[in-house]
Design a protein around this ligand. Sequence first.
Ligand SMILES: Nc1ncnc2c1ncn2[C@@H]1O[C@H](COP(=O)(O)OP(=O)(O)O)[C@@H](O)[C@H]1O
Ligand SMILES: [Mg+2]
Length: 344
Amino acid sequence: MLQTDQNRAKYRRSLAKATMDTASQSPTESLAERAAVVQTRGLRKVYRAGFWLNQKIVTLQDCSLDVYEGETFGLLGPNGAGKTTLLKILLGIIRPTKGRGTVLNQPLGDRSVKQKVGYLPENPYFYDFLTAHEFLKYAAGLFQIPHQVQRQRIPELLDLVGLSQSSARKKQLRQYSKGMLQRVGMAQALINDPQVIFLDEPMSGLDPLGRYQMREIIFSLKSQGKTIFFNSHVLSDVEKICDRVAILARGELLCIGSLPELLGSADLYQVKILGGNPDVLRRWIPDLEFQEGHWQGHLKGDPQDFLASLELMDAQMIQMNLARTSLEDFFVGQLRQRGITVSQ
Ligand SMILES: Nc1ncnc2c1ncn2[C@@H]1O[C@H](COP(=O)(O)OP(=O)(O)O)[C@@H](O)[C@H]1O
Ligand SMILES: [Mg+2]
């Protein structure tokens, strides 16, 4: 327990440092400097279905993206968008119908890359009668990790994912809750100390505390400089964790970028004004409109200068709010623009 607390404190310190380091770099600077860890160009996947295999299901089309070293990248999309398909192509589990790509500078499907990547599947399968410890030893064996290294790494991983050492040795996996199994899955994904970690819906089915803990684990990996590629349809998780996001719908990438790039800068203000001359106000508020006895719209220009000039305009400020679009509004807007129906 003490060791866990110490690890968490250590992680928080490194996280604070990582946040400061990131904050001091401009996004364009850091992207240009970093190496692309995942790169895809024009990926397409078509499944054949039906009795005669004569139906084509286009699951992914013209998918091109780059994920950079040390980045937490979120692939967002509704169910059936093609997220898992893309992940499986990157991992070499399935082959694309068309297009190419690299992971850690090796072509898709290259076996040597498997040593350096971790994967938490959407619906992991566990051997019911093994304990977590036995399961992790088994996973370590697949990577031919020496016993000496295993003895150190397995307890460290159990600590990181918040599983107690004693129950990991005693309890069989069939007795674990969904949240605990997800942690075992995460430990398994990290057993080979991977450089890139692919997580397919890591928060699905977890309660709020479980989601929080999973986020903490992801932050901890991020602070160690790992590249994380994660799929999700839960916008709030993505908003909290990711450096950059892409939205995938019906197999097509709709947009890709950092949150400020997609949602606009954080200093867009919505203002409500009482009184004043509309012609003068419009110079500051181009989308000015009159509603319920006051003027309102989005402020263009420096807020300090605007506040200072209000008195001269004989106007009064009633309200001033930050007006950045939420990721949810942006996401729904993107889907609607393409005629993809979104149920209310
Ligand atoms: N093996 C398969 N055969 C036929 N269709 C498939 C297969 N795997 C996935 N699909 C279809 O591809 C689409 C995208 O699936 P998937 O990648 O699992 O989406 P997501 O992970 O975004 O929910 C779905 O319509 C799904 O039914
Ligand atoms: Mg999926």
